[in-house]
Design a protein around this ligand. Structure first.
Ligand SMILES: Cc1ncc(COP(=O)(O)O)c(C=O)c1O
Length: 368
């Protein structure tokens, strides 16, 4: 079988299975987080897979991402929580996209975007310690009073109250959870009884049972990657969905002492074979992993030799027989003997989230 030039294979069954696993583990609803093109996996396909695995709702950052999913025929409840200044919510309302509300002004805009017979679905976001968006405690009373009024007159439907954790430590997350609970009580005193309370993303959903509430917002876990430094996907019962691979584009035999790629940060220490891989930092392969990122070629493990360039990098394969067209796997499911996205993250001093999310548009995503 011919190996594609470059490809990110997306195992959609793995996404569905990861949702099933996390629903069973947590026992609550799953909001599948498919922002940023589903962390690089392809938003629409990942959303469909997550819903088939039992996800109850979808979450994205921006309204534009939600509208794109609607255009692709996805009718499940979707919420979007990061808005441009002056956002009117008119398009969101027309497409039945629920919106996260972080300020009084956003609340007013949402109320104004309602049509006569259809309130805008909102999730009030409470600031509980992450210091990003979310209504600050000093504004809770004013915002709750107005939200309750808008709900009474049919302009908004308060679907959710939510917040987001810092994952600093269990103590910090419990403190945020306690602040959230104060917010929920304060909202109740204004007659607000949201349909769902949600605060946990993947890490807390797994680690902090009391944070599960009515729903968990699962991003990285959907894609089968671990949010923890000390536990692998396999240990969490998750299966990585993305395999990044390419075909060897050129092979050359070189003598000892040959400089490899820009800056000659690598020189061969013996007569050896160099294989050229057509993936570079334009494709999201981090340049910081130069001279150490792991790959497998024909099932054997090697490392990037020298600098990763925009479109390509070199692997020193020694005396192993490698031919043009052979399969190179950068990362995938490590239980199958290939490197993990987390190994690339370690090689580049970053997190696995960034490794998969930054895979560029030049790399075709194909369902496996
Ligand atoms: C508000 C919010 N909820 C949930 C998530 C999902 O987080 P994770 O990928 O850690 O599950 C994110 C992602 O950053 C987020 O911004």
């Amino acid at each position: 079988m011919t190996v594609p030039f470059r490809e990110a294979r997306i195992d959609l069954d793995a996404i569905a299975d990861n949702v099933r696993h996390l629903r069973a583990l947590t026992g609550v609803d799953v909001i599948a987080v498919v922002k940023a093109d589903a962390y690089g996996h392809g938003a629409a396909a990942a959303a469909v897979a997550a819903l088939s695995g039992g996800a109850n709702r979808l979450g994205v950052a921006e309204i534009a991402e939600a509208l794109a999913l609607r255009r692709q025929g996805i009718h499940a409840p979707i919420m979007a929580w990061l808005h441009q200044p002056g956002e009117t919510f008119v398009e969101a309302a027309a497409a039945d996209v629920e919106v996260g509300i972080s300020s009084f002004d956003q609340l007013e805009a949402a109320g104004n975007a309602a049509s006569v017979d259809r309130p805008v679905g909102i999730h009030l976001k409470l600031e509980t310690g992450l210091s990003r968006n979310g209504v600050a405690p000093r504004d809770w009373q004013r915002v709750f009073a107005e939200a309750a009024r808008l709900e009474r007159i049919g302009r908004v439907r308060i679907v959710g109250l939510f917040s987001h954790l810092s994952n600093t430590s269990p103590q910090d997350d419990r403190a945020a959870l306690a602040r959230f609970d104060e917010g929920v009580q304060a909202a109740a005193s204004f007659g607000i009884h949201a349909e769902i309370l949600h605060i946990a993303a993947t890490a807390a959903a797994i680690e902090l049972p009391e944070s599960r509430l009515d729903a968990v917002r699962i991003g990285i876990g959907l894609y089968g990657l671990s949010p923890f430094d000390d536990r692998s996907s396999g240990e969490l019962g998750l299966r990585p969905a993305m395999t990044l691979r390419a075909a060897v584009a050129a092979v050359r035999r070189v003598p000892a002492g040959t400089g490899v790629s820009y800056g000659y940060v690598h020189r061969t220490d013996r007569d050896t074979t160099l294989a050229l891989v057509p993936l570079g930092y334009a494709d999201g392969v981090p340049r910081q992993a130069s001279d150490r990122g792991p790959v497998t070629i024909g099932g054997r493990r090697f490392m990037v030799a020298g600098r990763i360039a925009m479109d390509q990098f070199v692997v020193d394969v020694g005396d192993t027989h490698v031919a043009v067209g052979d399969e190179v796997v950068l990362f995938g499911d490590p239980t199958l003997g290939v490197p993990s996205a987390t190994e690339w993250a370690n090689a580049a001093s970053t997190i696995n989230y960034e490794i998969v999310t930054r895979i560029g548009p030049r790399v075709p995503r194909r369902g496996a």
